[in-house]
Design a protein around this ligand. Structure first.
Ligand SMILES: NC(=O)C1=CN([C@@H]2O[C@H](COP(=O)(O)OP(=O)(O)OC[C@H]3O[C@@H](n4cnc5c(N)ncnc54)[C@H](O)[C@@H]3O)[C@@H](O)[C@H]2O)[C@@H](O)CC1
Ligand SMILES: [K+]
Length: 505
């Protein structure tokens, strides 16, 4: 399966390039779109008493006119409601002319219980909040709880941001074309789409390649080729060494969770770096994971010279302040080359520690040959570091993560039920396999550990991060109710096995 997501502008470009390539004209694409939707309506709702088709003035409405004609030809009782007139001479006007059903104004919409609604009011062209007849239609249909099949997007949902503009339908099924759009995966759009079906309308893969999208759905196909599989002659340090900084005596659990997750994700060796006064408590809880005393920057330097850990986690339970900043900058000052430090995952207190010193962090991460910096902020932490970006209402979550990654010279995981992973090189991925069970104390510590563990095995930073987010979410979703963070490191094992055996996509 291909994982690209197309912005609404890229989708329009794909239409244009397809038409220019001469295989299909705009009207032909619209026919294909309408055929796909009509076929799904017939397949999914064979017993629908009556289907109300709501058509807007643009090409989304054009698709609706095609659906109306095809369903009527198939013997379905169709009622057609129009909002505005398609532009004369355009594809939608042709589709409307080919549909001889009586058209009634959408402002007079009435529907009966047991009927089905096809929403073709607005799609990719939505440019402002729903008002007037469109908004009233949403209220009526929602109030009656009628099932809705949305064409391309539920009207009112922005294809680029997933935001509700004014109000929006809640669809049971959304049929979109060629590739999904970010708004199908970002919240609240994802919830409003229901099941999403991707229909092939004749836009070929080569056309998408030409557009070279930089946004992806985070699925295994995006990174499986980079997933580490241990070589036959692997010894433990060849499989990567991750070190996790522990907090003080009363805050050590988070680091151990991270460490365990790094080990489960395949790092050959994992060390917890503990302040002297927490050595005992850490030692009492560690078996296969190593322990080393680290109180000062010299200790970090000694460790790197001596044991050559390739990745670090700093933040979980660590405490906010100078020490977090100093250790972070000490790690980022190392070189990557020749078996040096590959990367640092900065989470929780590690992120918050830089709220008034962000530029120092970004400069350190931007030095050529610096280890990769990966930051995993939830919404609150993101706002602390990137207040201006977080507060910019014109930006989607996707755009915010992208801008933050570029500014910070870091891979950013903007966490949430729709986590966005963005790379400083402009790539971004939206995750959609999460589950509410993952919102539990310590869950983020485990995520940081998985990412560091994959990174230590030589996975590139963006791919390791995307894989970590997906594996973490998949493990949590499969585990389900009752999940606590302690369960997660073990719960990733069956997910990893399926990935290694290539039985999950
Ligand atoms: N050749 C093509 O471009 C194809 C387009 N397709 C369909 O065409 C759709 C996009 O068509 P359009 O670009 O015409 O856009 P829409 O049909 O989504 O919107 C039509 C127009 O409505 C106006 N509008 C937007 N939001 C409004 C609001 N809240 N209140 C009042 N007016 C508003 C805008 O002027 C907009 O251009 C896709 O979603 C898809 O369903 C498909 O037929 C496949 C081929
Ligand atoms: K629609």
């Amino acid at each position: 399966m291909r994982n690209e997501l197309l912005s609404t502008a890229e989708m329009a470009e794909a239409d244009r390039l397809t038409i220019a390539a001469g295989s299909l004209d705009g009207y032909g694409l619209m026919q294909r779109a309408g055929e796909a939707v009509a076929a799904l309506v017939l397949a999914r709702h064979p017993g629908a008493k009556r289907v109300h088709i709501l058509c807007g003035p643009g090409n989304n409405g054009g698709d609706g006119y095609v659906v109306a004609r095809l369903l009527a030809e198939a013997g379905v009782d169709v009622a057609l409601w129009a909002s505005g007139e398609p532009r004369a001479g355009g594809d939608a006007a042709l589709a409307a002319a080919a549909c001889t059903l009586e058209r009634r104004p959408l402002s007079t919409l009435t529907a009966e219980a047991g009927s089905l609604v096809v929403d073709a009011i607005y799609g990719a062209g939505l440019s402002k909040p729903l008002t007037g007849d469109a908004k009233a239609a949403v209220d009526i249909v929602t109030g009656m709880n009628l099932p809705v099949v949305a064409i391309d997007l539920p009207s009112g949902i922005s294809g680029d941001s997933g935001e509700v503009l004014g109000s929006a339908f809640r669809a049971a099924l959304t049929v979109t074309f060629a590739r999904k759009k970010p708004g199908h995966l970002l919240l609240p759009g994802r919830e409003r789409c229901g099941e999403i079906v991707l229909a092939d309308i004749g836009i070929r893969d080569e056309i998408i390649d030409q557009i070279a999208p930089r946004t992806f759905e985070n699925r295994p196909g995006l990174w499986i080729a980079n997933l580490p599989a241990p070589a036959v002659d692997a010894h433990k340090y060849k499989r990567g060494h991750t070190s996790v900084f522990s907090g003080g005596p009363s805050a050590t659990g988070a680091a151990r969770l991270s460490a365990l997750a790094a080990a489960r994700s395949g790092a050959g060796a994992v060390t917890v770096l503990s302040p002297a006064n927490a050595m005992q408590v850490n030692a009492a809880h560690l078996t296969s994971i190593m322990l080393r005393k680290v109180d000062a920057i010299e200790d970090v330097d000694d460790l790197i010279g001596d044991r050559r850990p390739s990745t670090f986690v700093l933040g979980p339970g660590f405490g906010i302040g100078d020490k977090a900043r100093d250790f972070t900058l000490a790690v980022l000052a190392k070189d990557r080359q020749d078996g040096g430090v590959e990367g640092l995952v900065l989470d929780a207190d590690g992120i918050t520690s830089f709220r008034n010193a962000a530029s120092t962090l970004y400069e350190a991460a931007g030095r050529p040959d610096a280890p990769a910096l990966i930051m995993t902020p939830h919404e609150g932490e993101f706002g602390r570091l990137f207040a201006d970006i977080a507060g910019n209402k014109a930006l989607s979550k996707l755009a915010k993560a992208r801008e933050a990654a570029q500014r910070a010279n870091a891979v950013i995981v903007y966490k949430g039920a729709d986590s966005v992973i963005a790379s400083p090189d402009g790539r971004a991925a939206i995750n959609s396999n999460g589950a509410p069970w993952l919102a539990t104390a310590g869950s983020g510590d485990v995520l940081a550990g998985i990412i560091a563990g994959l990174l230590a095995q030589g996975m590139p930073a963006f791919e390791a991060t995307c894989a970590g987010v997906w594996i973490h979410a998949e493990a949590g979703s499969r585990f389900g109710p009752g999940l606590i963070a302690e369960d997660l490191p073990l719960a990733i094992v069956p997910v990893l096995r399926q990935l290694v055996e290539n039985t999950v996509r």
